[in-house]
Design a protein around this ligand. Structure first.
Ligand SMILES: *Cc1c(COP(=O)(O)O)cnc(C)c1O
Length: 407
């Protein structure tokens, strides 16, 4: 029961927060996960480097994805680098990616010595704009990184068409939607090589970790050759592998819950000025297309909040207990110009980086109660927006997510 108090003062100005209760804690602490961890521990074999828990996880991931090869890794970032190495990409090569993306992807291209080529995103969905790909291709282009972000999906069929006849590979970053269905295949399985993250905040979590998925024998052979240095240099441990397996079994069910919550959120926000869920064809969800939501993208219009900046709005919402964060900065804005090549003006990437918000997924498992709290927090901030805008020291600290690169 909620006490009726005079609670119109925004929490960021010292009032009571709308949401006292935590959203479901993450990573999850289900009894099945604890039991799997204890089993692995009690086996006494958890010190092994390629033991039973890892073997079981590899077999389950292979079956789940219909992937011929799965390589477990220490992070999603390293999985992305290994994907590039598996394709033998290095100095002199070019890799196309969206200017709006998680920074690991550009850093990985630089790490293997190749040149990142940034292209703009689709103005509506914020995903890599496949129509920009042909103009970015040169004789040096070796791959395109298709990174599905914030619950939306890159148009993979369109990407295939735009690459038709060329030998450019598709690398699919499925870190934000493990298990999602895109064009009838699990995310990560449409391209030449895909990868997952088991990072602390991710939908499948081992605290840290990741996996490379591929059907290409030559790719996995190169990855193994690169990784094996007496033993695996970028491993997932047995205890980490143990906690992922039970989560894989509930992933499809939780995805349905998250999809329902996003549909409800779309509807709830349809009457709220200044805040809109960026949801790609929510009505098109079916067996062959079924997205997932590590983060939900929201378009923010400051004019509906008395000109309150996007970052100040996010800070005020966080103070109310709602896990809402600013979107990534554009890669072209955070990297020196000499580090990459760009085609076009990247204006949509710039606009989205400046104007979008992302809502963290545990919120979605709180159902109607969470949505009610979000609406109350928005109404409260909207009512005090003018006052908030005039507080220059409102954002006192940088936004720091508990997980590095959490957005
Ligand atoms: C989380 C994430 C990664 C990899 O992150 P790690 O923390 O290294 O596991 C890669 N790409 C995207 C889009 C991500 O969200």
């Amino acid at each position: 029961m909620k006490a009726v108090v005079c609670d119109t003062l925004p929490a960021i100005l010292g009032g009571p927060a709308v949401r006292g209760a935590e959203f479901p804690s993450w990573p999850p602490q289900e009894p099945e996960i604890v039991a799997a961890l204890e089993d692995c521990f009690r086996s006494g074999q958890w010190g092994r480097y390629h033991g039973k828990c890892s073997e079981r996880l590899i077999a389950a991931l292979s079956q789940f994805h219909a992937a011929a090869h799965v390589v477990l890794t220490c992070s999603g970032t390293m999985a992305g680098e290994l994907a590039l190495r598996g394709l033998n990409i290095g100095p002199g090569d070019e890799v196309i990616l969206a200017a709006y993306d998680f920074k690991a992807n550009i850093q990985n291209v630089l790490a293997v010595g190749a040149t990142p080529v940034l292209i703009d995103v689709d103005p509506v969905t914020g995903q890599l704009d496949v129509n920009q790909v042909p103009a970015a291709i040169t004789e040096r282009t070796r791959a395109v990184i298709a990174s599905h972000l914030h619950g939306n999906c890159v148009d993979l069929a369109g990407l295939r068409n735009s690459l038709d006849g060329s030998r450019v590979a598709i690398i699919e970053d499925a870190c934000q939607l493990p298990g999602a269905m895109i064009g009838g295949l699990r995310a990560g399985m449409t391209g030449d090589v895909g990868y997952l993250s088991f990072g602390g905040s991710k939908l499948l979590s081992a605290g840290r970790g990741g996996a490379v998925l591929t059907n290409r024998e030559d790719v996995v052979t190169r990855i193994r050759r690169h990784s094996f240095r007496g033993n695996d240099a970028f491993p997932l441990s047995e205890l980490q592998a143990a906690v992922v397996l039970p989560q894989l079994q509930t992933l499809d069910l939780l995805r349905q819950q998250r999809q329902q919550a996003v549909a409800d959120l779309c509807e709830a926000l349809s009457t709220v000025a200044g805040l809109r869920v960026v949801c790609q064809q929510p009505e098109a969800t079916s067996g062959s297309h079924s997205p997932d939501f590590y983060k939900v993208a929201l378009e923010y219009d400051a004019s509906a909040f008395a000109g309150l900046s996007r970052d100040a709005f996010a800070a005020a919402m966080q103070a109310e207990g709602i896990p809402l964060f600013p979107a990534f900065p554009g890669l072209h804005q955070t990297h020196a110009r000499r580090r990459f090549r760009a085609t076009g003006l990247l204006s949509h990437a710039t606009r989205i980086a400046a104007g979008w918000l992302v809502l963290h997924h545990p919120f979605l498992l709180a159902g109607a109660e969470g949505i009610g709290d979000l609406l109350r927090a928005v109404a409260k901030i909207q009512a005090s927006a003018d006052e908030l805008r005039q507080q220059p020291g409102l954002i006192t600290s940088e936004f720091v997510s508990p997980w590095e690169g959490g957005a």
